[in-house]
Design a protein around this ligand. Structure first.
Ligand code: NAD
Length: 289
């Protein structure tokens, strides 16, 4: 590493808190080294109150780009000079590109999700998709699927604070992507959930249900909704094989776990930073297996 760092080495970063567990520094530094890019990547523990300072530091130190994680993804939006269409609709940013002091905010989570499906031979274009969840991951996926040509998106969420967020997302999508039909239902309406899954090609869990340490939970209570020609995908990546995916697999569904979304959202950010394709297959072998 010490041989790689010189007076010309560009710096990229991750901001948010906590960041100590993040795999991003390993993933990006490996990719820089592998492709001979004179850059390095560090994680900085930044709380919400420190966001203005972190953005100012980014400009002062000419940090070329930064990933943004919880809890700062929405907060950084107001400091951007420009937003990608998806970041504008979602109202959150996970990748900032600094072009000589001009900051552009992007959100690559949805792109990562769509790419992960594509790598598994599944295209969202023209499809009916049921998405359980209305938080950060879910909203990014809903917006990207709509932008990428999904025909109909049915959102299900419990009646918590995220339900309102889904109502706002739907209003924005009606304006920006009117050709995609997007509707919201209460997750407790199990009859409607069965109905919508029955007419869907793809079913997604984008809630925290099933995430460690609650591995024995699934947002689906009635496994009869799974059928062989339904593609079933989870955003949860810890554990990689959730109960939701195991139950779907038992019926013969094609399943796509959350690690692909994580890998490809990083690859998309890498491309925005460098213009290069991340060596994704090697990164996957090293850090995601
Ligand atoms: P969030 O806090 O923004 O949203 C949480 C969602 O879970 C909301 O829709 C909420 O209503 C729902 N929820 C919470 N408890 C529930 C319950 N008991 N029953 C039903 N729904 C419930 O979280 P997030 O950042 O969107 O993350 C959601 C999941 O996606 C997490 O497991 C996270 O690790 C994962 N994630 C994965 C990636 C990836 O790249 N694979 C990226 C981001 C998030």
């Amino acid at each position: 590493m010490e041989k790689r760092i010189s007076g010309t080495t560009a710096l990229y970063s991750l901001i948010g808190t906590p960041v100590g567990h993040s795999g991003s520094p390993a993933m990006y530094n490996y990719s820089f080294q592998k492709l001979g890019v004179d850059s390095a990547y560090l994680a900085f523990d930044i709380s919400l109150e420190k966001v203005p300072d972190a953005i100012a530091a980014m400009k002062t130190l000419n940090i070329k780009g930064s990933n943004v994680t919880m809890p700062c993804k929405s907060e950084v939006v107001k400091y951007m000079d420009e937003l990608s269409p998806a970041a504008r609709i979602v109202g959150a940013v996970n990748t900032i590109v600094n072009n000589n002091g001009k900051l552009t905010g992007n959100i690559t989570d949805g792109v990562g999700f769509v790419r992960s499906l594509k790598e598994n031979g599944v295209d969202v274009k023209g499809k009916n998709i049921t998405i359980i969840g209305a938080g950060g991951a879910a909203t990014a996926i809903q917006v990207q699927c709509a932008l990428d040509g999904a025909k109909e998106i049915s959102i299900f969420n419990i009646k918590d604070d995220f339900y309102k967020r889904a109502e706002e997302t739907i209003e924005k999508l009606k304006q920006e992507v009117p050709q995609c039909v997007v509707e919201l239902y209460d997750l407790e309406d199990r009859q409607k959930l069965r109905e919508k899954i029955a007419s869907s090609n793809i079913l997604v869990n984008a809630t925290k249900v099933g995430m460690h340490p609650h591995e024995d939970e699934s947002p689906i209570k009635d496994n009869a909704v799974f059928r062989k020609d339904l593609v079933v995908s989870d955003t949860v990546y810890n554990p990689k094989q959730t109960k939701f995916l195991k139950d779907a697999e038992a019926v013969g569904c094609k399943t796509v776990d959350g690690t692909g979304m994580l890998l490809w959202q990083g690859a998309e950010a890498f491309k925005l930073y460098t213009g290069l394709e991340m060596p994704a297959k090697e990164v996957e072998e090293l850090y995601f297996k």
